[in-house]
Design a protein around this ligand. Structure first.
Ligand code: HEM
Length: 424
């Protein structure tokens, strides 16, 4: 039923991708994307503030064009919808908000650490963590899958990559939630769209919790400077970037914070959405149980289906044309990855959840541009191992209550997922 509702068009005038309250029922966002792809694929979306708005890019091909052309569509004016001034940009720019040489140099510092070879070396650790997490959760019979399985899993993995002591994991988890949940009252100390957030305008996501993350990261950096460690922090403080310019304290703060937040909610929500999809499509769960060799294609379908990052934004550096519209220099151009993931031009029967889907050219990690998710191999490996371990343990699994969503047009998140399971 959800998938039929998702493709029901609405009057164009009712579409509002800037209204966060439309992003809480799990259906309206998909209806808005469907409507735009069919009626106005590059759509001017006004925002509340006077003279503001953005181009909503909703088709796969147009999104790919924007993501692959950083000279015309820059990340340096920031990648979410927030308006930023030059001073904020100087203070807050991380890898995500740099282009060109400096971006390549900073990304290069950790490229190998996130490459397939190094990540495959974590397989045993991931399998062990998965087994412990699942055994504790499934023994409960009825439980919240988000709380017991998906929520803390990614940050426990990151803690290992950062080589921090396990007793610090809970702090990292809390910080990650508070920083990135900045539009949802369940997580944020200060809501991004509240008047109070003005006080924190110079901080990432306008979140006071980011100061705690900075302090923690700096202490790790101090301990590891000059050492022989191979963890991510040691690399950042001991390697010289390819452009020869060492990381400033501020570069380090922003890089460290990005690592703490980038893979946290994204991976968590993918795992939750994947479980929800299997509960809503029991025949697909049965297919996986009968044929575990389908897990790799299932992982790609989980990623497409979940679309945990709704959008990333760019800013036009010059006047250009996109999907028949005249885009002017300085205007915000927003790639709605989630919409591209349901594009009928690219995906056969895009609203069907199919664990055996082939040629799954989804946009969940971006589309071949310089900012393609650095953690994509890690995320794929985590999700694969989790479902390799979960599927054979389940004889039966059912949804046991409502599934509230995160109030955000940036992160497509599930807050709670009550399930009842019977063990195999
Ligand atoms: C960038 C999604 C997991 C680290 C990105 C981008 C997206 C994304 C859409 C921007 C792509 C673009 O602009 O073309 C996701 C999703 C994940 C995930 C959906 C999980 C399912 C992770 C993990 C890590 C990570 C586990 C690391 C711990 C990063 C970093 C960047 C990035 C550092 C910035 C790369 C750059 O600017 O060059 N991610 N991500 N991500 N991601 Fe992920």
């Amino acid at each position: 039923a959800t998938t039929d509702a998702a493709r029901e068009p609405m009057p164009l005038a009712e579409v509002n991708l800037a209204d966060l309250d439309r992003f809480t029922d799990g259906v309206t966002p998909w209806r808005m994307f469907h409507t735009l792809r069919h009626q106005d694929p590059v759509h001017w979306q006004p925002e509340d503030a006077p003279n503001s708005g953005f181009w909503a890019v909703t088709r796969h091909a147009d999104i790919a064009r924007v993501d692959r052309d950083p000279e015309t569509f820059t990340s340096t004016r920031f990648v979410n919808l927030e308006e930023v001034d030059d001073d904020q940009i100087r203070r807050r720019a991380s890898l995500l908000e740099l282009d060109g040489l400096r971006h390549r140099a900073l990304r290069g510092l950790l490229q190998r650490q996130f490459g397939a070879r190094v990540i495959s070396g974590y397989a045993d650790f991931l399998r062990g963590l998965t087994a412990t997490t699942l055994d504790a959760a499934l023994a409960r019979g009825t439980f919240d899958f988000v709380k017991e399985v998906s929520a803390d899993f990614p940050i426990n993995v990151l803690a290992r990559l950062l080589d921090v002591p396990p007793e610090d994991n809970q702090r990292l988890i809390d910080w990650g939630n508070r920083v990135i949940g900045h539009t949802d009252p369940d997580y944020a100390d200060v809501l991004l769209d509240s008047a109070e957030s003005e006080r924190y305008r110079d901080l990432p996501f306008r979140s006071p919790a980011s100061l705690e993350v900075f302090a923690y990261g700096r202490e790790l950096a101090r301990q590891r400077r000059g050492g022989a460690g191979t963890d991510l922090v040691s690399r950042l403080v001991n390697e010289v970037p390819r452009d020869g310019v060492p990381l400033s304290d501020r570069d380090f703060d922003n890089y460290f914070l990005l690592l703490v937040v980038a893979g946290n909610e994204t991976t968590r929500h993918t795992i939750s959405h994947a479980m929800l999809a299997l509960l809503q499509h029991p025949e697909q769960l049965a297919r996986l149980r009968d044929d575990p060799s389908l897990i790799p294609t299932a992982v790609e379908e989980f990623l497409r289906w979940a679309s945990p990052v709704y959008h990333f934004r760019r800013t036009a550096t010059r006047d250009t044309e996109l999907g028949g519209k005249r885009v002017r220099a300085g205007e915000k151009v927003v790639m709605w990855f989630a919409s591209g993931n349901r594009d009928e031009e690219v995906f056969g029967d895009p609203y069907a959840f199919d664990v055996a889907r082939r040629d799954n050219d989804h946009l969940t990690f971006g589309k071949g541009g310089p900012h393609l998710c650095l953690g994509n191999q890690l995320a794929r490996t985590e999700i694969r191992i989790l479902f390799e371990e979960l599927v054979p343990r389940l004889a039966d699994a059912r949804l046991a209550g409502d599934v509230p969503r995160v109030r955000s047009n940036f992160v497509n998140g599930v807050k709670r997922l009550p399930v009842t399971v019977t063990l195999a």
